[in-house]
Ligand binder design. Structure first.
Ligand code: FAD
Ligand code: SF4
Ligand code: SF4
Length: 461
Protein backbone atom coordinates (compact mmCIF):
# COMPACT_ATOMS: atom_id res chain seq x y z
CA UNK A 1 0.00 0.00 0.00
CA UNK A 2 1.46 3.41 -0.92
CA UNK A 3 1.80 6.00 1.82
CA UNK A 4 -0.67 8.71 0.75
CA UNK A 5 0.53 11.36 3.21
CA UNK A 6 0.55 14.77 1.48
CA UNK A 7 3.72 15.78 3.29
CA UNK A 8 7.29 14.55 3.04
CA UNK A 9 8.72 12.83 6.08
CA UNK A 10 10.43 15.78 7.78
CA UNK A 11 14.20 15.75 7.82
CA UNK A 12 15.63 15.65 11.34
CA UNK A 13 17.85 18.73 11.76
CA UNK A 14 19.68 20.76 14.37
CA UNK A 15 17.52 23.48 15.98
CA UNK A 16 18.17 26.94 14.44
CA UNK A 17 19.35 28.57 17.69
CA UNK A 18 21.84 25.71 18.20
CA UNK A 19 23.13 25.33 14.65
CA UNK A 20 23.69 29.05 14.04
CA UNK A 21 26.61 28.78 16.48
CA UNK A 22 28.33 25.69 15.09
CA UNK A 23 29.56 24.35 11.73
CA UNK A 24 28.16 20.82 12.10
CA UNK A 25 25.79 19.53 9.44
CA UNK A 26 22.32 21.09 9.73
CA UNK A 27 20.28 18.21 8.25
CA UNK A 28 20.84 14.93 10.05
CA UNK A 29 19.48 12.40 7.53
CA UNK A 30 16.65 9.86 7.57
CA UNK A 31 16.65 6.71 9.67
CA UNK A 32 15.89 3.40 7.88
CA UNK A 33 12.26 3.57 9.06
CA UNK A 34 11.81 7.15 7.84
CA UNK A 35 13.42 6.32 4.48
CA UNK A 36 11.18 3.28 3.91
CA UNK A 37 8.10 5.26 4.92
CA UNK A 38 9.04 8.10 2.54
CA UNK A 39 9.82 5.65 -0.29
CA UNK A 40 6.30 4.28 0.05
CA UNK A 41 4.95 7.68 -1.03
CA UNK A 42 6.28 6.98 -4.55
CA UNK A 43 3.57 5.76 -6.96
CA UNK A 44 6.09 4.13 -9.35
CA UNK A 45 4.52 6.15 -12.20
CA UNK A 46 4.58 4.48 -15.59
CA UNK A 47 5.85 7.54 -17.47
CA UNK A 48 8.38 8.50 -14.71
CA UNK A 49 8.20 12.33 -15.02
CA UNK A 50 10.75 12.73 -12.21
CA UNK A 51 13.48 11.04 -14.29
CA UNK A 52 13.10 13.76 -16.96
CA UNK A 53 13.82 16.37 -14.28
CA UNK A 54 17.16 14.82 -13.29
CA UNK A 55 20.01 16.08 -15.49
CA UNK A 56 21.71 12.65 -15.37
CA UNK A 57 18.45 10.63 -15.59
CA UNK A 58 18.78 8.51 -12.48
CA UNK A 59 16.15 5.74 -12.62
CA UNK A 60 14.32 7.30 -9.68
CA UNK A 61 11.25 5.04 -9.26
CA UNK A 62 13.42 1.92 -9.51
CA UNK A 63 15.81 3.02 -6.76
CA UNK A 64 12.96 4.23 -4.57
CA UNK A 65 11.17 0.88 -4.99
CA UNK A 66 14.29 -0.84 -3.66
CA UNK A 67 14.38 1.52 -0.66
CA UNK A 68 10.72 0.69 0.06
CA UNK A 69 11.69 -3.03 0.04
CA UNK A 70 14.65 -2.37 2.36
CA UNK A 71 17.07 -3.40 -0.44
CA UNK A 72 19.37 -0.42 0.11
CA UNK A 73 22.45 -1.75 -1.68
CA UNK A 74 20.34 -2.54 -4.76
CA UNK A 75 19.07 1.04 -4.61
CA UNK A 76 22.69 2.27 -4.47
CA UNK A 77 23.61 0.26 -7.58
CA UNK A 78 20.72 1.80 -9.53
CA UNK A 79 21.68 5.36 -8.52
CA UNK A 80 25.37 4.92 -9.33
CA UNK A 81 24.63 3.66 -12.85
CA UNK A 82 23.93 7.35 -13.58
CA UNK A 83 25.58 9.40 -10.82
CA UNK A 84 29.05 9.19 -9.32
CA UNK A 85 28.43 11.62 -6.44
CA UNK A 86 25.11 10.58 -4.83
CA UNK A 87 26.00 11.55 -1.25
CA UNK A 88 26.88 15.03 -2.55
CA UNK A 89 23.94 15.49 -4.96
CA UNK A 90 21.42 14.12 -2.45
CA UNK A 91 22.49 17.04 -0.25
CA UNK A 92 23.08 19.97 -2.59
CA UNK A 93 21.07 19.41 -5.80
CA UNK A 94 18.34 22.01 -6.32
CA UNK A 95 15.76 19.18 -6.29
CA UNK A 96 12.83 21.60 -6.12
CA UNK A 97 13.61 22.79 -9.66
CA UNK A 98 14.77 19.39 -10.98
CA UNK A 99 13.57 15.85 -10.11
CA UNK A 100 11.12 16.81 -7.37
CA UNK A 101 9.58 19.60 -9.43
CA UNK A 102 8.24 16.97 -11.86
CA UNK A 103 7.01 14.50 -9.20
CA UNK A 104 3.24 13.87 -9.51
CA UNK A 105 2.90 13.73 -5.72
CA UNK A 106 3.77 17.43 -5.80
CA UNK A 107 0.51 18.28 -7.60
CA UNK A 108 -1.60 17.82 -4.44
CA UNK A 109 0.89 18.09 -1.63
CA UNK A 110 4.66 17.73 -1.38
CA UNK A 111 6.70 15.71 -3.88
CA UNK A 112 8.47 12.53 -2.84
CA UNK A 113 11.71 13.52 -1.03
CA UNK A 114 13.93 12.13 -3.81
CA UNK A 115 17.07 13.99 -2.71
CA UNK A 116 16.74 12.90 0.92
CA UNK A 117 16.28 9.27 -0.17
CA UNK A 118 19.33 9.50 -2.46
CA UNK A 119 21.38 10.89 0.43
CA UNK A 120 20.13 8.13 2.75
CA UNK A 121 21.09 5.37 0.28
CA UNK A 122 24.55 6.84 -0.40
CA UNK A 123 25.35 7.49 3.28
CA UNK A 124 24.30 3.98 4.25
CA UNK A 125 26.43 2.49 1.49
CA UNK A 126 29.45 4.62 2.43
CA UNK A 127 29.14 3.65 6.10
CA UNK A 128 29.18 -0.06 5.28
CA UNK A 129 31.20 -0.30 2.04
CA UNK A 130 34.41 -2.29 1.81
CA UNK A 131 37.19 0.19 1.05
CA UNK A 132 39.35 -1.85 -1.33
CA UNK A 133 38.00 -1.22 -4.82
CA UNK A 134 39.62 -3.32 -7.52
CA UNK A 135 41.90 -1.41 -9.90
CA UNK A 136 40.81 -1.78 -13.53
CA UNK A 137 43.26 -3.36 -15.99
CA UNK A 138 45.39 -0.54 -17.54
CA UNK A 139 44.67 0.16 -21.22
CA UNK A 140 48.00 1.96 -21.77
CA UNK A 141 46.55 5.43 -22.49
CA UNK A 142 47.09 8.65 -20.50
CA UNK A 143 44.64 11.50 -19.86
CA UNK A 144 45.15 14.72 -17.90
CA UNK A 145 42.29 16.39 -16.04
CA UNK A 146 42.57 20.04 -14.99
CA UNK A 147 40.62 20.79 -11.81
CA UNK A 148 39.25 18.47 -9.15
CA UNK A 149 35.69 19.79 -8.86
CA UNK A 150 32.70 17.60 -9.69
CA UNK A 151 33.30 17.80 -13.48
CA UNK A 152 36.97 16.79 -13.20
CA UNK A 153 36.28 14.07 -10.63
CA UNK A 154 33.46 12.55 -12.69
CA UNK A 155 35.56 12.61 -15.85
CA UNK A 156 38.56 11.08 -14.05
CA UNK A 157 36.42 8.36 -12.46
CA UNK A 158 34.78 7.30 -15.72
CA UNK A 159 38.11 7.12 -17.56
CA UNK A 160 39.86 5.28 -14.72
CA UNK A 161 37.12 2.62 -14.78
CA UNK A 162 37.98 2.04 -18.45
CA UNK A 163 41.65 1.49 -17.58
CA UNK A 164 43.05 4.95 -18.45
CA UNK A 165 46.00 6.31 -16.49
CA UNK A 166 44.44 9.55 -15.25
CA UNK A 167 46.19 12.44 -13.50
CA UNK A 168 44.15 15.27 -12.01
CA UNK A 169 46.01 18.58 -11.69
CA UNK A 170 44.58 20.84 -8.97
CA UNK A 171 45.69 24.40 -8.23
CA UNK A 172 44.70 24.29 -4.54
CA UNK A 173 46.26 22.13 -1.86
CA UNK A 174 43.14 19.98 -1.46
CA UNK A 175 41.00 18.23 -4.10
CA UNK A 176 37.23 18.75 -4.45
CA UNK A 177 36.75 22.18 -6.10
CA UNK A 178 33.76 24.14 -4.82
CA UNK A 179 32.72 21.08 -2.81
CA UNK A 180 35.65 21.74 -0.46
CA UNK A 181 36.39 25.44 -0.79
CA UNK A 182 32.90 26.88 -1.35
CA UNK A 183 30.02 24.88 0.10
CA UNK A 184 30.23 25.04 3.91
CA UNK A 185 30.70 22.07 6.22
CA UNK A 186 27.19 22.55 7.68
CA UNK A 187 25.65 21.79 4.25
CA UNK A 188 28.18 19.29 2.94
CA UNK A 189 30.59 17.67 5.41
CA UNK A 190 34.07 17.50 3.92
CA UNK A 191 34.46 13.88 5.06
CA UNK A 192 31.92 12.96 2.36
CA UNK A 193 33.94 14.65 -0.37
CA UNK A 194 37.13 13.03 0.98
CA UNK A 195 35.45 9.63 0.77
CA UNK A 196 34.51 10.20 -2.90
CA UNK A 197 38.10 11.23 -3.64
CA UNK A 198 39.52 8.18 -1.84
CA UNK A 199 37.26 6.06 -4.07
CA UNK A 200 38.90 7.61 -7.14
CA UNK A 201 42.38 7.07 -5.75
CA UNK A 202 41.48 3.43 -5.16
CA UNK A 203 40.65 3.21 -8.88
CA UNK A 204 44.18 4.41 -9.63
CA UNK A 205 43.52 8.13 -10.29
CA UNK A 206 46.56 10.30 -9.36
CA UNK A 207 45.80 13.70 -7.91
CA UNK A 208 48.56 16.32 -8.11
CA UNK A 209 47.70 19.32 -5.94
CA UNK A 210 49.37 22.76 -5.87
CA UNK A 211 49.79 22.71 -9.68
CA UNK A 212 48.33 25.63 -11.61
CA UNK A 213 47.92 24.73 -15.26
CA UNK A 214 48.90 27.77 -17.29
CA UNK A 215 51.59 28.69 -14.73
CA UNK A 216 53.33 25.56 -13.38
CA UNK A 217 52.72 23.53 -16.56
CA UNK A 218 50.98 24.56 -19.80
CA UNK A 219 48.44 22.55 -21.79
CA UNK A 220 51.04 22.43 -24.63
CA UNK A 221 53.48 20.72 -22.26
CA UNK A 222 50.84 18.27 -21.02
CA UNK A 223 50.14 17.22 -24.62
CA UNK A 224 53.76 17.08 -25.79
CA UNK A 225 56.43 16.64 -23.07
CA UNK A 226 54.18 14.74 -20.65
CA UNK A 227 52.50 12.64 -23.36
CA UNK A 228 48.84 13.00 -22.37
CA UNK A 229 46.71 11.94 -25.34
CA UNK A 230 43.76 14.04 -24.21
CA UNK A 231 43.17 16.84 -21.71
CA UNK A 232 39.91 17.64 -19.91
CA UNK A 233 39.49 21.20 -18.61
CA UNK A 234 37.24 21.31 -15.54
CA UNK A 235 38.67 24.47 -14.04
CA UNK A 236 35.33 25.92 -12.94
CA UNK A 237 34.33 29.58 -12.69
CA UNK A 238 36.13 30.88 -9.65
CA UNK A 239 36.83 34.51 -10.62
CA UNK A 240 34.68 36.78 -8.41
CA UNK A 241 32.81 39.84 -9.66
CA UNK A 242 32.68 43.16 -7.84
CA UNK A 243 30.26 46.09 -8.24
CA UNK A 244 32.84 48.74 -9.09
CA UNK A 245 31.58 51.07 -6.33
CA UNK A 246 33.73 53.28 -4.08
CA UNK A 247 35.33 51.60 -1.09
CA UNK A 248 35.60 48.05 -2.43
CA UNK A 249 39.32 48.04 -1.60
CA UNK A 250 38.81 48.89 2.09
CA UNK A 251 39.89 46.44 4.79
CA UNK A 252 36.88 44.26 5.65
CA UNK A 253 35.60 43.82 2.08
CA UNK A 254 35.74 40.23 0.85
CA UNK A 255 34.59 38.40 -2.23
CA UNK A 256 32.34 35.54 -1.11
CA UNK A 257 34.85 33.12 -2.65
CA UNK A 258 37.69 34.42 -0.50
CA UNK A 259 35.57 34.50 2.65
CA UNK A 260 34.27 30.96 2.08
CA UNK A 261 37.71 29.61 1.10
CA UNK A 262 39.21 30.92 4.33
CA UNK A 263 36.43 29.25 6.30
CA UNK A 264 35.94 25.96 4.43
CA UNK A 265 39.28 25.10 2.86
CA UNK A 266 41.47 26.80 5.44
CA UNK A 267 39.23 26.00 8.43
CA UNK A 268 39.19 29.53 9.86
CA UNK A 269 36.22 28.52 12.04
CA UNK A 270 38.29 26.13 14.12
CA UNK A 271 39.84 27.32 17.36
CA UNK A 272 43.23 25.85 16.32
CA UNK A 273 43.27 27.47 12.85
CA UNK A 274 45.99 29.97 11.93
CA UNK A 275 43.92 31.38 9.02
CA UNK A 276 43.25 35.10 9.50
CA UNK A 277 39.62 36.15 9.14
CA UNK A 278 37.78 39.20 10.38
CA UNK A 279 35.30 38.37 13.15
CA UNK A 280 33.03 41.28 12.31
CA UNK A 281 30.13 42.55 14.42
CA UNK A 282 27.82 43.56 11.58
CA UNK A 283 28.12 42.08 8.10
CA UNK A 284 26.41 42.94 4.81
CA UNK A 285 26.37 40.18 2.19
CA UNK A 286 25.57 41.64 -1.21
CA UNK A 287 23.73 39.23 -3.56
CA UNK A 288 20.87 36.74 -3.39
CA UNK A 289 22.11 33.38 -4.68
CA UNK A 290 23.27 30.20 -2.93
CA UNK A 291 26.72 31.68 -2.51
CA UNK A 292 25.26 34.70 -0.68
CA UNK A 293 23.27 32.40 1.63
CA UNK A 294 26.39 30.34 2.40
CA UNK A 295 28.46 33.44 3.15
CA UNK A 296 25.70 34.94 5.32
CA UNK A 297 25.20 31.74 7.31
CA UNK A 298 28.96 31.41 7.88
CA UNK A 299 29.22 35.02 9.09
CA UNK A 300 26.29 34.36 11.45
CA UNK A 301 28.13 31.38 12.90
CA UNK A 302 31.00 33.74 13.73
CA UNK A 303 28.55 35.65 15.93
CA UNK A 304 27.81 38.63 13.63
CA UNK A 305 24.53 40.40 12.94
CA UNK A 306 24.10 39.63 9.23
CA UNK A 307 22.19 41.44 6.46
CA UNK A 308 21.60 40.01 2.99
CA UNK A 309 21.40 43.04 0.70
CA UNK A 310 19.58 42.28 -2.56
CA UNK A 311 18.27 44.70 -5.17
CA UNK A 312 15.13 42.75 -6.12
CA UNK A 313 12.35 41.35 -3.85
CA UNK A 314 12.30 38.25 -1.64
CA UNK A 315 10.37 36.33 -4.34
CA UNK A 316 13.12 36.96 -6.88
CA UNK A 317 15.98 35.63 -4.71
CA UNK A 318 17.82 33.14 -6.94
CA UNK A 319 18.96 30.97 -3.98
CA UNK A 320 17.27 27.65 -3.24
CA UNK A 321 14.10 28.12 -1.15
CA UNK A 322 15.42 25.71 1.47
CA UNK A 323 18.59 27.79 1.88
CA UNK A 324 16.59 31.02 2.24
CA UNK A 325 14.32 29.40 4.86
CA UNK A 326 17.31 28.01 6.75
CA UNK A 327 18.98 31.43 6.67
CA UNK A 328 15.85 33.16 7.98
CA UNK A 329 15.45 30.59 10.76
CA UNK A 330 19.04 31.21 11.78
CA UNK A 331 18.41 34.93 12.20
CA UNK A 332 19.77 36.42 8.97
CA UNK A 333 18.08 39.76 8.16
CA UNK A 334 16.98 40.22 4.52
CA UNK A 335 17.29 43.76 3.18
CA UNK A 336 15.62 43.23 -0.17
CA UNK A 337 14.86 46.00 -2.69
CA UNK A 338 18.11 47.59 -1.53
CA UNK A 339 21.19 48.40 -3.60
CA UNK A 340 24.65 49.44 -2.31
CA UNK A 341 26.04 52.75 -3.60
CA UNK A 342 29.38 53.03 -1.75
CA UNK A 343 31.33 51.40 1.05
CA UNK A 344 32.49 53.81 3.73
CA UNK A 345 35.88 53.61 5.42
CA UNK A 346 37.38 55.11 8.59
CA UNK A 347 40.81 56.74 8.93
CA UNK A 348 42.51 53.30 8.91
CA UNK A 349 40.68 52.39 5.66
CA UNK A 350 38.55 49.77 7.44
CA UNK A 351 34.85 49.42 6.58
CA UNK A 352 32.58 51.53 8.80
CA UNK A 353 29.31 51.49 6.85
CA UNK A 354 27.65 51.08 3.47
CA UNK A 355 25.51 53.65 1.71
CA UNK A 356 22.47 52.07 0.05
CA UNK A 357 19.38 53.15 -1.86
CA UNK A 358 15.92 51.63 -1.80
CA UNK A 359 14.67 50.07 -5.02
CA UNK A 360 11.29 49.31 -6.60
CA UNK A 361 10.49 46.84 -9.37
CA UNK A 362 9.63 48.13 -12.85
CA UNK A 363 8.90 46.34 -16.14
CA UNK A 364 10.52 42.93 -16.88
CA UNK A 365 14.03 43.11 -18.39
CA UNK A 366 15.69 40.77 -20.94
CA UNK A 367 15.96 38.03 -18.28
CA UNK A 368 12.16 38.17 -17.77
CA UNK A 369 12.58 39.43 -14.21
CA UNK A 370 11.22 42.83 -13.18
CA UNK A 371 13.91 45.48 -13.45
CA UNK A 372 14.93 47.12 -10.15
CA UNK A 373 14.76 50.94 -10.26
CA UNK A 374 16.14 53.35 -7.67
CA UNK A 375 13.60 55.16 -5.48
CA UNK A 376 14.39 58.88 -5.48
CA UNK A 377 15.75 60.37 -2.21
CA UNK A 378 15.88 56.98 -0.49
CA UNK A 379 19.60 56.88 0.37
CA UNK A 380 20.52 55.54 3.82
CA UNK A 381 23.60 54.14 5.58
CA UNK A 382 23.77 50.57 6.81
CA UNK A 383 25.91 50.28 9.93
CA UNK A 384 28.34 47.44 9.09
CA UNK A 385 32.04 46.71 9.61
CA UNK A 386 32.37 44.02 6.93
CA UNK A 387 30.99 43.63 3.38
CA UNK A 388 30.98 40.35 1.45
CA UNK A 389 30.36 40.56 -2.30
CA UNK A 390 28.46 37.53 -3.63
CA UNK A 391 27.60 38.78 -7.10
CA UNK A 392 28.57 35.77 -9.20
CA UNK A 393 31.76 34.48 -10.75
CA UNK A 394 33.25 33.81 -14.17
CA UNK A 395 35.99 31.46 -15.49
CA UNK A 396 39.55 32.53 -14.72
CA UNK A 397 41.22 33.73 -17.99
CA UNK A 398 44.56 32.01 -17.17
CA UNK A 399 44.02 28.84 -19.21
CA UNK A 400 42.64 30.72 -22.21
CA UNK A 401 45.52 33.21 -22.18
CA UNK A 402 48.15 30.45 -22.11
CA UNK A 403 46.59 28.02 -24.61
CA UNK A 404 46.63 28.66 -28.34
CA UNK A 405 43.63 27.66 -30.44
CA UNK A 406 41.19 27.45 -27.52
CA UNK A 407 38.03 29.42 -28.37
CA UNK A 408 36.19 31.18 -25.56
CA UNK A 409 33.02 33.24 -25.21
CA UNK A 410 33.22 36.99 -24.62
CA UNK A 411 32.53 36.39 -20.87
CA UNK A 412 35.35 33.84 -20.61
CA UNK A 413 33.53 30.49 -20.91
CA UNK A 414 35.35 27.85 -22.97
CA UNK A 415 33.51 26.97 -26.20
CA UNK A 416 32.76 23.23 -26.29
CA UNK A 417 30.22 21.11 -28.19
CA UNK A 418 27.61 18.90 -26.49
CA UNK A 419 30.27 16.19 -25.99
CA UNK A 420 32.75 18.58 -24.42
CA UNK A 421 35.02 18.83 -27.51
CA UNK A 422 36.77 22.23 -27.77
CA UNK A 423 38.33 23.99 -30.77
CA UNK A 424 41.75 22.58 -29.86
CA UNK A 425 42.74 19.06 -30.92
CA UNK A 426 42.63 16.57 -28.04
CA UNK A 427 41.28 19.12 -25.54
CA UNK A 428 37.84 18.70 -23.95
CA UNK A 429 36.06 20.83 -21.36
CA UNK A 430 32.97 20.81 -19.14
CA UNK A 431 31.29 22.12 -16.01
CA UNK A 432 31.33 25.76 -14.91
CA UNK A 433 34.39 26.48 -17.13
CA UNK A 434 32.02 26.04 -20.11
CA UNK A 435 28.60 27.05 -18.77
CA UNK A 436 29.55 29.65 -16.18
CA UNK A 437 28.44 29.12 -12.56
CA UNK A 438 25.82 26.31 -12.57
CA UNK A 439 25.24 23.21 -10.44
CA UNK A 440 27.12 20.18 -9.13
CA UNK A 441 24.97 17.69 -11.00
CA UNK A 442 25.35 19.53 -14.34
CA UNK A 443 29.13 19.69 -13.88
CA UNK A 444 29.26 16.01 -12.98
CA UNK A 445 27.12 15.13 -16.02
CA UNK A 446 29.41 17.19 -18.29
CA UNK A 447 32.48 15.37 -16.92
CA UNK A 448 30.90 11.99 -17.64
CA UNK A 449 29.85 13.00 -21.16
CA UNK A 450 33.33 14.28 -21.92
CA UNK A 451 34.90 11.06 -20.60
CA UNK A 452 32.87 9.11 -23.15
CA UNK A 453 33.97 11.46 -25.94
CA UNK A 454 37.62 11.25 -24.82
CA UNK A 455 37.47 7.46 -24.86
CA UNK A 456 36.05 7.50 -28.41
CA UNK A 457 38.65 10.07 -29.50
CA UNK A 458 41.61 8.06 -28.18
CA UNK A 459 40.30 4.70 -29.38
CA UNK A 460 39.69 6.06 -32.91
CA UNK A 461 43.04 7.82 -33.16
P1 FAD B 1 34.73 23.67 -9.55
O1 FAD B 1 33.95 22.95 -8.52
O2 FAD B 1 34.82 25.14 -9.47
O3 FAD B 1 36.20 23.06 -9.57
C1 FAD B 1 37.20 23.60 -10.39
C2 FAD B 1 38.55 23.25 -9.80
O4 FAD B 1 39.57 23.59 -10.75
C3 FAD B 1 38.88 24.03 -8.54
O5 FAD B 1 39.31 23.13 -7.52
C4 FAD B 1 40.02 24.97 -8.95
O6 FAD B 1 40.93 25.22 -7.90
C5 FAD B 1 40.67 24.17 -10.07
N1 FAD B 1 41.40 25.01 -11.03
C6 FAD B 1 41.00 26.18 -11.57
N2 FAD B 1 41.94 26.65 -12.43
C7 FAD B 1 42.94 25.73 -12.41
C8 FAD B 1 44.21 25.67 -13.06
N3 FAD B 1 44.59 26.63 -13.91
N4 FAD B 1 45.00 24.61 -12.81
C9 FAD B 1 44.61 23.62 -11.94
N5 FAD B 1 43.43 23.65 -11.29
C10 FAD B 1 42.60 24.69 -11.52
N6 FAD B 1 25.66 23.79 -6.85
C11 FAD B 1 24.65 22.97 -6.49
O7 FAD B 1 24.25 22.11 -7.27
N7 FAD B 1 24.06 23.08 -5.26
C12 FAD B 1 24.50 23.97 -4.33
O8 FAD B 1 23.95 24.03 -3.24
C13 FAD B 1 25.59 24.82 -4.68
N8 FAD B 1 26.09 25.69 -3.78
C14 FAD B 1 27.19 26.43 -4.11
C15 FAD B 1 27.76 27.24 -3.13
C16 FAD B 1 28.90 27.97 -3.42
C17 FAD B 1 29.51 28.81 -2.35
C18 FAD B 1 29.45 27.94 -4.72
C19 FAD B 1 30.66 28.76 -5.06
C20 FAD B 1 28.88 27.15 -5.70
C21 FAD B 1 27.76 26.37 -5.39
N9 FAD B 1 27.18 25.53 -6.33
C22 FAD B 1 26.14 24.70 -5.97
C23 FAD B 1 27.71 25.44 -7.70
C24 FAD B 1 28.58 24.20 -7.89
O9 FAD B 1 29.39 23.98 -6.77
C25 FAD B 1 29.42 24.33 -9.15
O10 FAD B 1 28.53 24.49 -10.23
C26 FAD B 1 30.30 23.11 -9.39
O11 FAD B 1 31.16 22.88 -8.31
C27 FAD B 1 31.11 23.27 -10.67
O12 FAD B 1 31.98 22.19 -10.79
P2 FAD B 1 33.30 22.27 -11.70
O13 FAD B 1 33.93 20.94 -11.64
O14 FAD B 1 32.93 22.80 -13.03
O15 FAD B 1 34.21 23.38 -11.03
FE1 SF4 C 1 17.40 14.65 -8.12
FE2 SF4 C 1 19.92 15.54 -8.19
FE3 SF4 C 1 19.43 13.03 -7.51
FE4 SF4 C 1 19.05 13.79 -10.03
S1 SF4 C 1 21.01 13.74 -8.94
S2 SF4 C 1 17.67 12.54 -8.80
S3 SF4 C 1 18.31 15.92 -9.74
S4 SF4 C 1 18.83 14.85 -6.37
FE1 SF4 D 1 7.56 8.35 -7.76
FE2 SF4 D 1 7.11 10.99 -8.00
FE3 SF4 D 1 8.63 9.74 -9.77
FE4 SF4 D 1 6.00 9.22 -9.72
S1 SF4 D 1 6.97 11.17 -10.26
S2 SF4 D 1 7.67 7.75 -9.93
S3 SF4 D 1 5.60 9.42 -7.52
S4 SF4 D 1 9.09 9.99 -7.58
Amino acid sequence: MPNMSLKKNPMPEQAPEVRNKNFDEVALGYTEEQAIDEAKRCLNCKNKPCVGGCPVHIHIPAFIAKVAEGEFEEAYKIITEASSLPAVCGRVCPQESQCEQRCVRGIKGEPVAIGRLERFVADRHNALAKKNAEKPIPNGHKVAVIGSGPSGLACAGELAKKGYEVTVFEALHLAGGVLVYGIPEFRLPKSIVAQEIEGLRALGVRIETNIVIGKTISIDELQTEYGYEAVFIGSGAGLPKFMGIDGENFRGVYSANEFLTRINLMKAYREDSATPIQRAKKVAVVGGGNVAMDAARCAKRFGAEVYVVYRRGIEELPARREEVEHAKEEGIIFKTLTNPKAILGDESRSVCGMTCVEMELGEPDASGRRRPIEKPDSEFTLDVDCVIMALGTSPNPLIKSTTEGLDTQSWGGIVADENGKTSREGVFAGGDAVTGAATVILAMGAGKTAAKAIDEYIMNK
